[in-house]
Write a protein that binds this ligand. Structure first.
Ligand SMILES: [Ca+2]
Ligand SMILES: [Ca+2]
Length: 473
């Protein structure tokens, strides 16, 4: 990670002329659908020709001549994630259907596994899990996710975007805190255990179906590792980290797409953050609530569009930590950075201005995940205090411990973040391998309480969280 951090520092200093040379054009795999501005798009703000209105960044890189780089209109920072194409009049330049599908697949795997723990569950085969992990359009599956009481517009994955799965975007880095295993190896071990447990009538229909003998809640371990090794890895490690190598002068794919490669890369990072296009309309309470709260039919067509009117994992976590904290507004910090960064890219601003917003977005996401890990350390400490008493609840304890551990695993995938490899190795050492059920007063209990508080110190010192939030998250 140290090496990658140095590389990203070098990239931050690449002058704009390199960008203009358009070194690399990335494909995003599968078919991407350039969109016309549909009713499902939110209303874009009025564009302005005034060069002085490009927001707080103060960048107006427009040359005044449209040429091949598209319209020279300088835009101001919009309030929703809505950006018109500078190449094709009347078209949106925003497209991230693939990211929406992957966010759905991650969420749906958790629903599928969670359902095995409920009354009336049937045993599953390995293929049932792989169908989502290695999704193939030929399966023609429909998402298990709902938007509460409002119907969803496109429940079929392939109707949103084709050629998308999880395994194809998974980091193969060794997962810190494990015995040199990468995410794929861990996930397949955990899948196999769940499949075996589901054949056991004693376990099927109870949380034991997704719990290992050591007390690992595999439903949470799988979900959070996928959020890390696919969603966070792709968002920060791939799209934000590789952003400055992307062309920002021409419409991608020889003009077939209504956006540049850099615009698209930024959109793909935003798509992984998973926020609705009008994220600022949501309160922290709504983001922390149920599906009826964290989705909204903004264009009033009677349906929820997963691509624009629904909030996925990390964007909801940000609201939860804001709600549980004092003096933090992660939702605004991250969304504003995505809006301002995209605006600077449209306006062909400086590398420094683009990098500044990229850094705010990447560090904002890191703070959300770290604060969430802190939240689950606090929950785990509170669960441990009940060990050996009538209030002991191992199902909850296992869940909280797994969220703490696997959100910490997720944190390794951001090369733009502040936590170092050594911080993360320390954190895994403090957290250990599995929840401990020793009662208060025993030496094992006391040592684990000390270790988890040491873990909190690592988070606080790396990310500057306040003492009040460390205690209350
Ligand atoms: Ca709608
Ligand atoms: Ca907030």
């Amino acid at each position: 990670m140290l090496h990658r951090k140095r590389l990203s520092n070098v990239l931050r200093q690449i002058p704009l002329v390199v960008l203009a040379a358009g070194l690399i054009t990335y494909g995003c795999g599968g078919k991407s659908k350039p969109q016309t501005i549909l009713s499902s798009d939110l209303v874009p703000p009025p564009a302005t020709n005034s060069g002085g209105s490009s927001g707080s960044s103060g960048s107006s890189g427009s040359s005044g001549s449209s040429g091949s780089s598209g319209s020279s209109t300088v835009i101001s920072v919009p309030t929703t994630y809505t950006f018109a194409s500078r190449f094709e009049s009347g078209k949106s330049s925003v497209s991230y259907g693939g990211q929406t599908v992957r966010n759905l697949l991650v969420q749906d795997l958790k629903i599928l596994i969670g359902n095995l723990g409920k009354d009336g569950a049937s045993p599953i085969g390995l293929q049932d899990l792989l169908d989502l992990y290695e999704y193939d359009d030929a399966l023609n599956l429909t998402s298990l996710s709902t938007a509460g009481s409002t119907p969803v517009m496109e429940p079929n994955y392939s109707a949103i975007s084709t050629g998308k799965n999880l395994i194809g975007k998974l980091s193969d880095d060794v997962v810190l805190g494990t015995d040199d295993k990468n995410a794929d190896t861990l996930l397949r071990e955990w899948f196999a255990l769940i499949v075996a447990n589901s054949q056991d009538p004693e376990k099927l229909g109870t949380p034991a179906v997704y719990t290992s003998d050591e007390g690992l809640d595999l439903s949470q371990m799988i979900n959070k590792l996928l959020l890390g090794a696919v969603v966070y890895h792709q968002c920060t490690g791939v799209y934000l980290n590789g952003l400055l190598e992307r062309d920002n002068t021409v419409a991608r794919k020889d003009g077939k797409d209504p956006y540049t490669s850099m615009e698209h890369g930024w959109d793909e990072a935003f798509g992984y953050f998973g926020a609705a296009r009008d994220y600022a309309r949501y309160t922290d309470d709504q983001l922390a609530g149920g599906a009826d709260d964290y989705s909204f039919d903004s264009n009033e067509d009677g349906m929820i569009d997963f691509k624009s009117e629904y909030n996925f994992g990390f964007s909801r976590n940000a609201g939860k930590r804001d709600r549980g904290g004092v003096g933090v507004d992660f939702t605004k910090e991250i969304f504003d950075a995505f809006l301002e960064g995209r605006t600077v890219i449209v306006n062909r601003g400086t590398v420094a201005d683009i990098s500044a917003q990229r850094q705010i977005a990447a560090e904002g996401l890191e703070k959300v995940i770290a604060a969430t890990a802190v939240h689950y350390i606090n929950d785990t400490l509170s669960d441990m205090a009940k060990n050996g008493t009538d209030d002991e609840n191992r199902v909850k304890h296992n869940k909280h411990w797994a969220e703490m551990k696997a959100f910490t695993m997720a944190l390794q995938y951001n090369p733009l973040g502040r936590l170092s490899t050594s911080d993360l190795e320390q954190l895994h050492g403090f957290m250990g391998e599995a929840p401990l059920y020793d009662a208060p007063g025993t030496s094992t209990y006391e040592a684990q309480v000390t270790a988890l508080n040491d873990a909190k110190d690592v988070f606080q010192s790396a990310l500057g969280f306040s003492a009040a939030n460390m205690a209350d998250w």
